[in-house]
Design a protein around this ligand. Structure first.
Ligand SMILES: Cc1cc2nc3c(=O)[nH]c(=O)nc-3n(C[C@H](O)[C@H](O)[C@H](O)COP(=O)(O)OP(=O)(O)OC[C@H]3O[C@@H](n4cnc5c(N)ncnc54)[C@H](O)[C@@H]3O)c2cc1C
Length: 382
């Protein structure tokens, strides 16, 4: 019988595992793939995400340190605004390497890991959860489902995510020599608004490749593949590229996070910044919080019959960011022209906004600052 069994070895699962191991819980993590594995992602690891890791990201994983953003609004005669900081906002990583490294940090705590085995179902009993995989049945006092945006296990806790609560995305990696990448973007990410309904396109500079992708609200972006193709061509990427798709949940939609003994963390819980699509931060932190809550229950510091501890902890730590980012994403869609004039076209605003992923301010602080910077800009009511 394990204290905690974690399903999925992405940032949420690994972070839950590392925390559980540090707290000396008897822990098992089951991952269906064999690492290193490919994960569709732009690979933007915000400074905020890094601040939650209690180990250093080595230089060979940090492919580019990002100090600025070049923002374009394609409907607006392709206006371009570029902002540079004198401090780092984010780090670009390849997810196959980064996730493998995170899992290795978790393993160091002595937890058990099984790779290449898919969990098929869980059954919650009074004193444990039975976990059925392709190969075996495991027993644990608590389970953390960290299966990501896809997968059906989350339905054991909450209803299926509807199309207006999730973003579709396409991404590809385009090989390019570092000299060319540095010449074009250097240490800057390139964001293109105005391509999709509630979303954006990106070109991120990695080590000898670009990550080029597109995201938009699922179900309301017909011709998504065609838009991506045009986006690629307009930016000079004319080869045949393999496009990979995945979903990104919109954060702060009211979703159930826990039954008695089963917790959801990361994308499975829907914890993603709705405006930027950044989810690694909240995957890492929610994994840690889920493990911490389970530890408190098992050590008698918290009432196990209450479902409030984990929910409260998540709300306190990052509920504000998810809430404001969802409001911003919705406003941006409803009045894009207005927001472009007042928001995206102002380097000062972008400069301030970048302090959110930099981990220097919260969305709430950004929202309070906005009206002091620009008149007639609405505060988002949260
Ligand atoms: C195209 C795209 C671009 C993105 N870009 C960024 C970005 O630049 N920055 C950022 O912060 N976020 C980004 N995100 C979001 C980010 O990828 C996610 O928020 C993050 O990966 C969530 O981590 P997770 O651990 O919850 O899930 P995942 O990373 O998806 O990991 C889930 C793991 O669970 C495993 N698994 C699934 N089902 C089972 C099962 N039944 N049994 C065993 N194992 C299972 C999977 O194999 C996987 O390894 C992007 C997402 C997409 C789709």
């Amino acid at each position: 019988m394990y204290d905690v069994l974690i399903i999925g070895g992405g940032p949420a699962g690994s972070s839950a595992g590392r925390r559980a191991g540090e707290l000396e819980l008897k822990t098992l993590l089951i991952e269906k793939e064999i690492f290193p594995r490919y994960k569709p992602c732009a690979g933007g690891l915000s400074n905020l995400a890094r601040s939650y890791l209690n180990f250093v990201i080595p230089a060979w994983i940090a492919e580019k340190e990002i100090f600025g953003a070049r923002v374009q609004f394609n409907n607006r005669a392709k206006q371009v605004i570029e902002v540079q900081k004198d401090y780092r906002i984010a780090t670009l990583v390849s997810r196959s390497i980064f996730d493998d490294y995170l899992l290795k940090q978790a393993r160091k705590t002595g937890m058990d890991v099984i790779m290449g085995e898919k969990v098929l179902n869980c059954q919650e009993k009074e004193d444990r959860v039975e976990v059925f995989s392709e190969n075996s049945v495991y027993r644990a006092k608590y389970v953390i489902i960290a299966e990501g945006a896809r997968g059906n296990l989350k339905k054991l806790v909450r209803n299926k995510t509807s199309e207006d609560q999730i973003y579709a995305s396409l991404v590809t990696e385009i090989p390019k020599k570092n000299e060319v990448i540095v010449g074009f973007l250097s240490n800057t990410v390139n964001i293109h608004f105005g391509l999709t309904h509630r979303g954006y396109g990106w070109i991120f500079p990695h080590d000898n490749y670009y990550s080029v992708g597109l995201a938009g609200l699922a179900g309301s972006n017909p011709g998504f593949k065609r838009i991506m193709k045009t986006f690629l061509e307009e930016n000079g990427f004319t080869g045949e590229y393999k496009l990979k798709g995945n979903f990104i949940p919109a954060g702060e939609i009211k979703r159930k996070l826990q039954t008695g003994r089963i917790f959801l963390a990361g994308d499975a819980a829907g914890f993603v910044d709705s405006f930027t699509g950044e989810g690694i931060t909240y995957a890492v932190r929610s994994g840690q919080l889920a493990a911490g809550t389970i530890y408190e229950i098992l050590s008698g510091k918290r009432d196990g019959s209450s479902l409030e501890g984990y929910v409260k902890a998540c709300k306190q730590e990052f509920g504000g960011n998810l809430n404001y980012s969802l409001k911003l994403a919705r406003k941006f869609h409803n009045i894009p022209e207005f927001l472009f004039d007042r928001f995206v076209s102002k380097p000062r605003i972008i400069d301030k906004f970048l302090d959110i992923p930099a981990g220097r301010i919260t969305y709430k602080e950004f929202n309070s600052w906005l009206p002091t910077a620009i008149s007639k800009i609405p505060r988002f009511k949260c």
